[in-house]
Design a protein around this ligand. Structure first.
Ligand SMILES: [Zn+2]
Length: 157
């Protein structure tokens, strides 16, 4: 997914029906957090391997983080438990959206296959153009459209 991670976090936050502290920041940051690995990908790793192979795009890593952090919050900072859960849900939303056309190593570390629902063929000279001109980009537009509609609806209340 190229552009719709941030609006997907907004849609997630708007879908929550409970009063959760820092709900919107948790959802927005979680929805984009795995792609912070692009800094390492471009500035350090010189694009040596697909950034979806870094630990921040590995589902098992986040399951382990959740297994440690969520019980810790429940025991010592219960007020922030729902916020932490929203952050992790947003992370997994990111991974699900990346699975549509990008590929995620859902079985890592047991295998290194990038699971993807759809293969976006390199039909254009630049990979970004191939993604933008592929039908899956309509899903990104739908996420943006949903976020804008929710934002307008909330603004009009
Ligand atoms: Zn990503």
């Amino acid at each position: 997914m190229l552009t719709a991670h941030l609006p997907s976090g907004y849609v997630l936050a708007q879908g929550a029906r409970w009063d959760i502290p820092m709900l919107l920041p948790a959802a927005l940051i979680g929805a984009v957090f795995p792609d912070l690995d692009m800094i390492w990908f471009y500035l350090v790793d010189d694009r040596a391997i697909h950034h979806h192979r870094y630990w921040v795009h590995i589902p098992l890593f986040w399951m382990m983080v959740g297994a440690v952090v969520l019980p810790g919050l429940a025991l010592f900072a219960r007020r922030w438990l729902a916020t932490g859960l929203v952050f992790l849900v947003a992370i997994f939303l990111h991974l699900l959206l990346d699975t549509i056309g990008g590929g995620i190593m859902w079985a890592a570390p047991f295998e290194d296959h990038l699971y993807s629902m759809v293969t976006v063929p390199p039909t254009q000279a630049h990979w970004v153009a191939s993604f933008v001109l592929h039908w899956t980009f309509l899903l990104e537009i739908a996420v943006w459209g949903t976020a804008v509609l929710l934002w307008r609806k909330r603004r009009d209340l």
